[in-house]
Design a protein around this ligand. Structure first.
Ligand SMILES: [Zn+2]
Length: 129
């Protein structure tokens, strides 16, 4: 059974409990890494400069406490292999549906990989109600 590295666990700990619940369940069946949880001001503005985020601090879901977004990637990471990212998102969504049906989580999620423009495959955020 796959399990998280200490780095992934530390990043996941900065995320909303519902994101944690889905990730902690998904890791039992699928190996992936947590690339980012919460981003503070410096990290957010660095991501903005690098072009990996479209907004400055504090406007990203990654800037909230706890973070309302998580970035994850299949392990080992192959950025060219989009079908693996797609499979990971399908699995994430399936686990999320089960946990929601069980009343363990209440959040719905938005997947950056489903955005029509500028797909952000690792990015998953909680849908605003
Ligand atoms: Zn993200």
């Amino acid at each position: 059974m796959p399990k998280f590295s200490k780095t992934s666990l530390a990043r996941l700990a900065t995320c909303h409990p519902d994101l944690q619940s889905v990730c902690n369940e998904l890791i039992k069946q699928y190996d992936f890494s947590v690339l980012e949880g919460r981003r503070g001001e410096q990290a957010q503005n660095a991501a903005y400069k690098q072009g990996t985020s479209k907004v400055r601090y504090p406007h990203s879901a990654h800037n909230k406490i706890p973070s309302l977004a998580v970035d994850i990637a299949p392990y080992p990471i192959d950025w060219q292999n989009i079908s693996r990212f797609n499979e990971m998102l399908i699995r994430f969504d399936t686990v999320a549906n089960i946990l929601r049906a069980e009343g363990i989580i209440t959040s719905e999620f938005v997947y950056g990989g489903k955005w029509a423009h500028l797909k952000d495959w690792p990015h998953i955020e909680i849908k605003e109600k």
